[in-house]
Design a protein around this ligand. Structure first.
Ligand SMILES: Cc1cc2nc3c(=O)[nH]c(=O)nc-3n(C[C@H](O)[C@H](O)[C@H](O)COP(=O)(O)O)c2cc1C
Length: 266
């Protein structure tokens, strides 16, 4: 599926069919996971599949998810981090999102789940293959078909001028300026990226020939995940317009309540 179409229709699935992942799909899933792991391991990240969702739910109900509302799924993919540095969360999220786009190709829906409130003992029980720290996982399974009954429920998104700035943070971008840079389509779709609690904390500052990414009101690892997700989609959407995006996670000062993450070309 074209990345732009995928972005517009991409949404978290929280109700799955009560059906185990078919063995043929488990095989495909394992091969997708091992392909993505070969890249993610550069950042000490390892994804693993937990096929027995019922056992995970048993241990993590009341502990995982927003305020203990665990997402019930037939299976889970854990993001296991060996070395807890910002790059691991950023690129862990980047590659998890790559996994999500590939899951869709084999008919599986998914939802990110925050697990940082669950205690270590429960996490070890839920994910026996765990070797490092797991703070996020993906609930996966077969979604119900979209029968076009009633309205599709998509979460709301910010307007472009609410998260993109021109030269400095006092100047919200004008659509004409974004068009003159050839970035209007890219950002139109980029805002559909998912984020923790749908807070959409990404702020982009466009300078001469670069785009700087900041996170507003930075509040821990989930925001590094938000950053990695938006970096992934920026890269893929740029690729669709023939641009090879290269992120540089260098050191730059924060801007007030906005934490600097990295810079990319356009
Ligand atoms: C890092 C992260 C953690 C999330 N944790 C949860 C969660 O614990 N429970 C939940 O229901 N949704 C969770 N979500 C899903 C977001 O709430 C969802 O992506 C956002 O509201 C936008 O909705 P959409 O994905 O349908 O576009 C999480 C998303 C991210 C990126």
């Amino acid at each position: 599926m074209l990345m732009a179409n995928f972005m517009k229709t991409r949404k978290s699935i929280r109700d799955f069919k009560n059906k185990k992942i078919k063995s043929g799909d488990v095989k495909k899933l394992n091969s997708i996971i091992s392909e993505v792991n070969s890249l993610a391991k550069l950042y000490s990240v390892d994804f693993h599949l937990e096929e027995n969702g019922a056992e995970v739910v048993e241990v993590l109900k009341g502990k995982g998810g927003y305020a203990g509302t665990m997402i019930l799924a037939p299976a889970y993919i854990a993001m296991d981090i060996e070395n807890e540095v910002p790059e691991a969360y950023i690129y862990g999220a980047y590659y998890m999102e790559d996994l999500i786009t590939k899951l869709q190709d084999i008919g599986l829906g998914s939802c990110w789940i925050s697990l940082h409130n669950a205690d270590e003992e429960s996490m070890q029980k839920a994910f026996p293959d765990k070797t490092g720290k797991i703070e996020f996982a993906l609930g996966i399974g077969y979604p119900y078909a979209n029968l076009n009954i009633g309205e599709e429920k998509y979460s709301s998104r910010l307007g472009l001028e609410d998260f993109i700035y021109d030269g400095d943070f006092n100047t919200p971008i004008r659509i004409e300026t974004l068009e003159s840079y050839g970035l209007d389509d890219l950002f139109y779709y980029l805002r559909y990226a998912p984020s923790s609690k749908n807070l959409q904390p990404w702020r982009f500052l466009i300078t001469d020939s670069e785009v700087e990414l900041y996170i507003e009101n930075f509040d821990g690892h989930e925001n590094y995940v938000d950053a990695g997700i938006v970096m992934y989609y920026y890269t893929k959407l740029a690729e669709a317009s023939g641009i090879r995006a290269k992120w540089n996670l260098d050191e730059k000062p924060d801007a007030g309540n906005k934490k600097y993450i990295g810079t990319v070309n356009f």
